[in-house]
Design a binder for this molecule. Sequence first.
Ligand code: ZN
Ligand code: ZN
Length: 386
Amino acid sequence: MQTGHHKKPPLRWLNVAVLGIPTLVSLIAVPWYGFTHGYDAYEWLWFLLLMTFCELSITAGYHRLWSHGAYKAHPVLRFIYALGGACALQSDCLTWASDHRRHHLYVDDTEKDPYCAKLGFWYSHFEWMIRDYPSTRADLTNVKDLLKDPILVWQRKHYLALLLVMNVGVPVLLGWWHGNIWGSFLLAGFLRLTLSQHFTYLINSAAHAWGKRTYDPQQTARDNWVIALLTFGEGYHNYHHTFAWDYRNGVRWYHYDPTKWLIKCCAWLRLARDLRSCSSYRIEMTRIAVQYQQALLRCEALQDEAGTWKEKLESEYAKLVAALNAWSDTRHAWLQAKSAALSQELQQELDALKARYKQLKQQLQCHQSEWRTLLEHLGGLHLARA
Ligand SMILES: [Zn+2]
Ligand SMILES: [Zn+2]
């Protein structure tokens, strides 16, 4: 542990119990019961369903909706998220969002970021919750907007009752229906709670330790698709820290981000609206600007005295930026023309714009390919010198 924490603050025993007891039960009682009695498909199904319910309530509700305002949600959806958040047992949403907003505002600041990754993997994973660190003390001054949401105020007021209903009442009831309380209580209760908590905590620990820093290399947040698999899409964390208000974390169509798919489906069902997203132009500009800066450093390290590589890099970068600008402007003009009234004359103009847009898209793809080849070449040279 680094400076400022030589003498560790006292433990918060309630949090130690809330984290420790489910973990111990999951490590000891869950496998023991499995070997001696076994679990059936009904119990595993409810484990998966409740796991999904908890994780999505945190990712789509606590995180993207309430902490970041990435979209607006119907009260029915907000109520479901509030129940799922109590089921996930990660504190009430107002506290969670307040901590999370400070995490974004002060990311990597060892004094102010409540789960600062620079204070170590285990600190950011769970230690920040079990000790009385000053940066983790409740302070709701940064969630005044959320205090106007009656569902969140209600959830906070009845949090203890809600967490007991969701974590004890529901699993026991499911077991009682099935004729075996213990199997459901252990799987859909304890194991589901332990795994859903630790999977979420991986975003604060692992997603700040391993992966690529594509959009902002200055901070610890990383893009990691393996973590995305466990966290319903939250593993693209460098992107998220760069464009936190985007309802997506995985921006490419092939990125595994079930939270984004859920929000999109809710929008079709009119349960969500005003989805905010960053334009592909801005995303691409940010990405290539980072690559350019990193490649410049490589050129310097190569002792490129004649400046040949640097010159080539600057020229390719300028061409790529120009192609991106031309593509984006034409796309914008084409989309605008498309939404205008379609007279015969305008139709011809629209067809011409469309053809130009397609041509520019092809040109952009050529420049992107040349850019990638140049970066790969520079990377290879750099490795050979190292
Ligand atoms: Zn983070
Ligand atoms: Zn966030």
